[in-house]
Design a protein around this ligand. Sequence first.
Ligand code: G1P
Length: 289
Amino acid sequence: MKVRKAVIPAAGLGTRMLPATKTVPKEMLPLVDKPAIQYIIEEAAAAGIEDILIVTNRAKSAMDDYFDYYPELETRLNQGGKDRELTEIRRVADLANIFYVRQKETKGLGHAIWRAKRFVGDEPFAVLLGDDVMRSDKPVIGQLIEAAEKYEASAVGVQQVGLDVIGKYCSVKTEALEERIFGVSDLVEKPRPEQVFSNYAILGRYVLSPGVFDVLENLEPGYGGEIQLTDGLSKLCRMEKMVAVDFEGRRYDTGNLKGFLEATIDFALEHPETGEWLQDFLRKKGKEL
Ligand code: G1P
């Protein structure tokens, strides 16, 4: 079945980016000239997703406003002949049909996804984590959708990470199916060294069957006392088919300061208005250091 819906959990407290995120949602911090959440929504839209649910909390209303029309501003831009800006803010508001639901309590990623049950209904859906911003030729979520459709399975997006850092992610038990695609038979969240299955970790992208909701509903809290999506997937992959896709693209963890700066610099180097200038600036800076 075609994947038409996506869920973006964005109800985290942003504690790794304080003090900036005390009043500005971390998803709204700009990577060059666009907020991080816009890159995620553009990725979903480019993969053919039409309806997107953002799971938010009470401190995130700036996000709803961002994807709305803004008539006063549009009139002003129109009168001032700022056609490029006008087209751009309209394009952003029309990227997809965007819906919102609040998580109400911060009880973990699995709980946030469970809040999407009514929105999703009975069809497979995509999940894009707000912190994981991708740079790729083909949308990463589109790569997963292709595999999910081919294998009639849920699909998780993985890449290899160092064994020294896998404890920050989850570890996936994989069996090769074809180039870049694996069968999944188990997963563990934030593994201790003796629990590691492989150095393949999920990096922020999933296509899930609606069967995940029944599993999440009955799940006990796991790592950190939270309802963990990975624990739900570990149950789901025993009941239904699941594949892992070693996706092509570069992933930035924009939820921490260093990843955020890496993304900012790389995106600014590619941006037509800043690319050449930044190259020059960095060369000069390099000589000074
Ligand atoms: C979450 C997931 C984890 C995944 C990671 C990167 O962890 O729980 O399985 O590997 O995102 O996408 P968090 O970064 O919220 O600790």
